[in-house]
Write a protein that binds this ligand. Structure first.
Ligand code: AMP
Length: 450
């Protein structure tokens, strides 16, 4: 299969916003896609009435059997955009997978996202009942080997663990004719490129490949050029761009007052379910401890937690047992929890793209959300990077040298988000950070140790 090497590299790190096709060229009914009836029934059972823009663009492209390069974040309906055509493909072929083989493969960067994709496959495929296997690190390999040995319609895997199973002969990819690389940019960030290359080398050249990425920096374009064959490019357009529905603000604070401001902010009316992001694992534990001391029902999730702890934290957050989840960027992507009213960036992320992923945890499935970011003087450069990435200045309030406001009164959420540029730059104060407070990034080993 000839790789398409004609695309121009895009050196720009800004989020790739491709103009969306005119609405009149878009199919606005699921029934117009030619999907099999049991799939349409499942979509209807989900309560989906109209396809999201990424679904309108990607589903017809995937139904033709061609390759697709998609720019879309989670929260835009991306999972259904690739799962529905995948289910249709399997349904129309009606071939049972051979033992230790799979017909379709979805690669995802984290265990949580992979588990969520399996869940979506089960929901969208409830009337087809495809066989699935979740192949991720941090879980016992035995049951995975057992599931693979029977032959599987769709394997959803993190790259490292899949490579282990390929190495031991637990699974072969020679019958795999459809492959999806989801959240490709995070897979690269996590250092999965060598594993992806090894996996792709084992998939037949005559295949359909879809690659989805929240951002389209040059390394992703290179990856697409290497593995995709004349892909149709699709993008979740501005209509579904979650940032539009998120009230964003930056609060300039002194480091010593951050904690107090956080507690007051979270105590404000309207903060129903919030994710607080910290840069480091230690930071997450510290903030979690403070919140518990202040009487909040909170849980923490980061790369040093065991898989069981991570599942319990996410489960409690999902079912309402705790209303605050303190997280490192491990949870910034893919986690689809309904009705997250607020995202609070206790620390700004060192990688500006992570800002977009973090705040995308709110305003999901068409709802509104609020993102509040604390920025101390040591983080101004990170703020500038974020503003450069999203292409506009963020609304900023200067709370430096200000005691934390009371919960009932003067907090960000209760005052609403006012548009004010920083009045004056406070004196830059560099703080030495302990060496073990490394950002919880490069999580490949921790997320998917195998
Ligand atoms: P995703 O981007 O795949 O994580 O999807 C985000 C959320 O949107 C999930 O809760 C889906 O159930 C929901 N969703 C996906 N497609 C649609 C649709 N066409 N209409 C309404 N909700 C949808």
């Amino acid at each position: 299969m000839q790789a398409d090497r004609t695309s121009k590299p895009c050196a720009d790190r800004r989020i790739h916003r491709r103009p969306v096709p005119h609405e009149s060229f878009r199919l606005t009914q699921f029934s117009a896609f030619g999907l099999a009836e049991p799939i349409l029934r499942a979509v209807s059972a989900e309560g989906y009435t109209t396809p999201t823009p990424i679904q309108s663009d990607a589903i017809p492209a995937l139904m033709t059997g061609g390759d697709v390069l998609g720019t879309a974040q989670t929260g835009t309906g991306k999972t259904a955009a690739f799962v529905l055509p995948l289910l249709h493909r399997l349904h129309s072929r009606q071939i049972r997978p051979a033992r230790r083989h799979c017909h379709a493969l979805v690669l995802a960067p984290t265990r949580e996202l992979a588990a969520q994709i399996v869940d979506s496959i089960r929901r969208y495929g409830r009337f087809l009942r495809p066989t699935t296997a979740l192949v991720v690190g941090g879980a016992r390999p035995g049951p995975q080997i057992g599931a693979l040995s029977r032959g599987v319609d769709i394997v959803v895997a993190t790259p490292g663990r899949l490579l282990d199973h390929l190495g031991s002969g637990a699974v072969f990819l020679e019958d795999t004719t459809a492959i999806v690389l989801d959240e490709a940019d995070q897979m690269l960030d996590l250092g999965f490129l060598p594993a992806i290359r090894q996996i792709m080398a084992q998939v037949p050249a005559a295949r359909q490949t879809a690659l989805f990425s929240a951002t389209m920096p040059e390394p992703i374009r290179r990856l697409a050029n290497a593995f995709l064959n004349h892909p149709k490019t699709v993008a979740a357009g501005p209509v579904s761009w979650p940032i539009d529905r998120i009230a964003q603000s930056v609060i300039l604070v002194d480091p010593a007052t951050k904690r107090g401001h956080l507690i007051k902010t979270l105590g404000t009316a309207g903060v129903d379910r919030a994710i607080v992001f910290t840069r480091t694992k230690r930071g997450a534990d510290t903030v979690h401890g403070h919140l518990q001391k202040a009487g909040f029902a909170a849980a923490a999730i980061h790369g040093n937690k065991s898989q069981g702890q991570r599942d319990r934290a996410l489960g409690a957050f999902r079912n309402g047992g705790v209303k605050i989840l303190v997280a490192t960027d491990i949870a910034a992507r893919g986690i689809d929890v309904d009705a997250v009213s607020h995202v609070v960036n206790y620390d700004l992320p060192t990688v500006p793209e992570a800002y977009v992923h973090r705040i995308g945890r709110t305003a999901r499935a068409g709802s509104q959300g609020t993102a509040i970011s604390f920025c101390d003087p040591t983080e101004r450069r990170l703020l500038r990077d974020i503003e450069r990435l999203i292409g506009s200045p963020l609304h900023t309030e200067n709370w430096s040298s200000k005691a934390p406001a009371t919960a009932s009164g003067d907090s960000a959420a209760s005052r609403g988000i006012r548009c004010r540029e920083p009045k004056a730059r406070t004196r830059q104060r560099r703080e030495a950070r302990p060496a073990d407070e490394a950002p919880d990034a490069g999580l490949a080993r921790m997320l998917c140790p195998h």
